[in-house]
Design a protein around this ligand. Structure first.
Ligand code: PL3
Ligand code: FE2
Ligand code: FE2
Length: 243
């Protein structure tokens, strides 16, 4: 058993100390990583705006509510643009568009096919849970300007996740199979996006394991609320791991 003076205990507290240490926001390494992360977030917010407007064409009776969600995404995009400007970083938008391309393509195809369930799973569940986890993990290690903005944003993202959750819950029986299939196809994409962003996120003192954990909590809770059993959810996770 480790005692207070044993090396195991020392190692654990050293690790905790580094985890909460703030990065050097003015270093070249930080700015380089931020140019991609900031672009991903700006592009993600822009695409989220467009996706909610598109969803309004599939759910015309809720187009006004969806327009309201889209307006929030526009505000988020402007907020994160200001965060990059504040640090003197130019966002690498080409990188970000490539980063989102596979998920973007799947949303556009589903939209063309009128598959509202798939569109909701991609935008309101997967992307919002991804954003919630990223913003949660970012807040404690952000510069003071970005922290304030991100704290305001993360509350809205729960509203967005909740919108998708409630619609899917109300239509659970007719949506179940399409949700399973959309999860099987798109959850692996989120997983590769997390892998792809991990190195840059680490420079911002955000750990991949924390991002994954927070994402899974938000996503599983949503699936549970919608009506999936624990066994369904385990199957859905396994389907993504098998790819
Ligand atoms: C929907 O409202 C927004 C979609 C944005 C997706 C964000 C994904 C972010 C992944 C990288 C983590 C960095 C967080 C830092 C914030 C400046
Ligand atoms: Fe947003
Ligand atoms: Fe959102």
């Amino acid at each position: 058993m480790p005692t207070l003076n044993s090396p195991e205990v020392a190692a654990i507290s050293d690790q905790d100390a580094t985890a909460i240490q703030l990065p050097d926001f003015s270093s070249a390494a930080y700015k380089d990583a931020y140019s991609r992360i900031n672009a991903i977030v700006i592009e993600g917010e822009q695409e989220a705006h467009d996706n909610y407007i598109s969803l309004g064409t599939l759910i015309p009776e809720q187009a006004d509510e969806l327009k309201g969600l889209a307006r929030m995404e526009m505000k988020h995009m402007k907020g994160f643009t200001a965060c990059g400007n504040n640090l003197g970083v130019a966002a690498d938008m080409d990188f970000a568009r490539t980063f989102f391309a596979p998920l973007h393509g799947n949303f556009q195809q589903a939209l063309k096919d009128g598959k509202v369930v798939t569109c909701l799973l991609i935008q309101a569940l997967l992307i919002e849970a991804f954003a919630i986890s990223a913003y949660h993990i970012y807040i404690p290690v952000a510069d003071p300007f970005a922290r304030k903005i991100t704290e305001g944003v993360v509350k809205d993202e729960y509203t967005h996740l909740n919108y998708g959750q409630e619609w899917l819950k109300a239509n659970f029986e007719t949506s179940k199979d399409e949700l399973m299939e959309a999860n099987r196809v798109n959850l692996p994409l989120i997983r590769s996006m997390l892998e792809e962003v991990a190195k840059d996120a680490a420079v911002l003192h955000m750990e991949k394991e924390d991002l994954i954990e927070d994402f899974l909590i938000a996503y599983q809770e949503a699936l549970n609320e919608i009506g999936f059993t624990s066994r369904d959810i385990a199957r859905m996770a396994a389907a993504a791991l098998a790819v």
